[in-house]
Design a protein around this ligand. Structure first.
Ligand code: NAP
Length: 292
């Protein structure tokens, strides 16, 4: 398949670049292709693509709250432009969404059939994509992910092994329930969905309810088990509701059901503790190679 990957330098983009390397892949980082630059996109779409994967986004929650119009250019307008271009070519368009499309008021697993009710600007931008992309581009795959982490990622969970290795005390927001996704698994399951010709909306996480504090405690225990000698001796939890007004716009409970993807590819994505163990093993081997 001839595949165009945009946002290839980001956390998920880097794992997608590796995962799709067996295909005829053109993987472009932000500096190589800006998805808001229509001139650049005209040039790229002078070729035809079987699949276009958009991993580019502004994921900074606060930046979206502070600059809704500016961030919408990347998070909403550009993906819709890409969807139109894919519709014209008849290509499959792959876009990532987020658990932040939900308000988090109910303590139950959220499915693809549940109605989005976003609280935040970022959540609204993603909810708009979930609604509008299928109307624009018949061949679409919308992959709804949550709490992504992986090597060299900027997210709190991505930085967890470094923080636990180097700090004697780790501060974390607490009280939010959700699901996490190791970016390697995000890329692997994206490839399964693309290669099997699936269309539509799919939740994709490593199943099992967790929280930031539980993730931290589990990472600490797993690092000790792997002989990684973390410096961290205590995890200090602050209820997320006490962290400022912006935090109330994050869903309190946003665990995603993976039943749909698991029914197509049993048993589906592996549980989060197993995926975290794999990430720590990857982190350990890279940390060792970087000190050589
Ligand atoms: N991270 C999470 O926890 C999370 C949770 C739910 C959903 N998602 C979604 O998952 C997808 C992948 O997220 P991620 O964690 O991989 O994000 P990431 O690490 O922040 O990567 C995003 C990439 O997009 C690039 N980018 C920003 N503006 C661009 C533009 N105008 N044109 C081209 N590239 C641009 C960024 O480049 P610069 O760094 O140079 O700006 C960065 O390389 C996104 O759709 C995100 O909304 C992520």
């Amino acid at each position: 398949m001839k595949i165009l990957l945009l946002g290839a330098g980001g956390l998920l983009g880097r794992y997608l670049s590796r995962e799709f390397s067996g295909h005829d892949l053109t993987a472009l980082k932000h500096q190589q292709a800006d998805i808001t630059n229509t001139g650049q996109l005209d040039e790229l779409f002078a070729q035809s693509w079987d699949v276009v994967i958009n991993a580019a986004a502004v994921c900074d929650f606060d930046a979206c709250e502070e600059n809704p119009d500016e961030t919408a250019k990347v998070n909403r307008d550009a993906p819709l432009d890409l969807a139109r271009r894919c519709a014209t070519q008849g290509s499959l368009f792959v876009q990532y969404s987020s658990d932040y499309v939900f308000d988090g008021d109910e303590d139950r697993l959220l499915t693809e059939a549940d109605e989005p009710r976003p609280l935040s600007v970022y959540g609204h931008q993603k909810a708009d994509l979930e609604k509008l992309i299928p109307e624009i581009c018949p061949r679409n795959l919308i992959v709804r992910v949550s709490w992504l982490y992986g090597l060299d990622g900027k997210t709190f969970m991505s930085r967890m092994p470094d923080l636990l290795a180097n700090q004697t005390s780790l501060r974390t927001a607490a009280g939010k329930k959700g699901c996490c996704l190791y970016a390697a698994d995000g890329a692997y399951w994206t490839r399964q969905l693309v290669e099997s010709g699936r269309n539509g909306l799919f939740n994709l996480v490593n199943p099992g309810e967790t929280s930031w504090e539980e993730f931290a405690r589990t990472a600490l225990a797993q690092m000790s088990f792997l002989g990684l000698a973390p410096a961290c001796k205590s995890i200090v939890e602050t209820p997320y509701t006490q962290l400022g007004p912006g935090w109330s716009k994050r869903p309190r409970y946003s665990c995603l059901s993976t039943e749909k993807i698991a029914s197509l590819f049993p048993p589906g994505p592996r549980p989060w503790r197993e995926a975290l163990g794999e990430f720590l093993t990857e982190w350990k081997s890279v940390a060792a190679s970087r000190t050589v």
